[in-house]
Design a protein around this ligand. Sequence first.
Ligand code: AHR
Length: 499
Amino acid sequence: MEAKMRISRDYRISEIDKRIYGSFVEHMGRCVYEGIYEPQHETADEQGFRDDVKDLVAELNVPLLRYPGGNFLSGYNWEDGIGPRENRPRRLDLAWKTIETNEVGLHEFIEWAEEVNSEVNMAVNLGTGTIDDARRIVEYCNFPGGTELSELRKKNGREKPFAIKTWSLGNEMDGPWQIGQKTAEDYGKLAAQAGKLMKLVDDSIELVLCGSSSTEMPTFASWEAEVLDQAYEYVDYISLHRYYGNQENDLSNYLAKSLDMDFFIKSVTAIADYIKAKKKSDKTINLSFDEWNVWYHSNEETHNTEPWQVAPPILQDIYNFEDALLVGCLLITLLKNSDRVKIACLAQLVNVIAPIMTEKDGKAWKQTIFYPFQQVSDFGRGIALTPNVHVASYDSKDFKEVPYLESIAVLNEEQQELVIFAVNRSESEVINFEALISEINVTSVIEFSQMSGFGIKDINDKDCERVYPTISEAIALVDDKVQATLEPLSWNVIRLSIA
Ligand code: AHR
């Protein structure tokens, strides 16, 4: 099969906000305890955080971490996690039916995030929490000093403000499973007032309003319109959450699910712009896709887990090669929409539906999905260019006209690189790919990296890393054209040097 892509500086979508490569750390399962934090581990630092995990997180290159939840957030009191550890309460976490020890709290987490080079997207509890709790945490974190809360921060060991820029107003407030679920009107009003107070404390912060928990929610679309109508003035982003799975074991349909993500993004953009027009506002609300990933492998195991444990092994999806291909398609979809998606968080970071896994007292390793995420975060910086592609398409069970090639080019002028990310969705056919490049002077091929040839259900585990990218020589630069062979079912990264 042939595929032709035209690349030009003129096809600019947007400068990519680095926060699109964010991830998510929730106090649930083994994400925090036995994940990033395990004081008895041989690599633990003075604070009890595992150095081997820190190294993998730094390698993954995650500029933003949403914290501390998730469903956990809606019953959490952030003040339980500050002050001397020995005085912190053990609490029931009603969201996941576990015990929260509060050994890790706000200071420990933010300082850990600083070490791995990430900013924090701090979420405030609008389930059981009040607008005053939301005001207090902003003052505690961001106010320089001279007030009770800012001085308490200093007493607890942090002289300089944490200077947190991105804040989330609650979590999935439309969901019947959510502690303190609300109607769109009630949540919109509460979020507006919480946001107003938070910005009175620090007007440099940016706020994310909760959108729908997925496109499948019965209130999807009307929820977005109502909450934005209530809170438009005070917020900067609206959130989207979506997880995918291959429950039916239908590969061609599974790999097409990034088209659903595209539909979701386009729909929420349209609703945000409708409210903008309705309010005759000159402010544009952008999107925070702050939970996305594959999540389905672990459902049964999670269901059978005993309640009220500390750090139970829940949501421990083990990812295979087909999941890595879908994650590649989802990353390309985020980039295609980078004019409106400014924040996105792969959910989650360690052990819980995560690219990194750990064993208690043992190893840490990379799941298959680690690689596409790392490569796009490393090389997908700069300007996203509209993918002008000609390639054949197919129909699957749920989707029409699915292109066999999912791809995008990113121009990084600072590094003098042009990078092409591409997934070949075909199960049987090689794609003879040709990119015609105008107005960009490509001087050489830096690297053509490919993940292909694996069994579709192949996984990585603590003893064997089977699925990872390798270098391919099947690439040529001929005048202003790049020609490459994209193997059936492959994830591809082509890095070109530009003058
Ligand atoms: O990421 C796991 C859970 O998925 C989060 O706690 C919740 O926000 C979503 O339903």
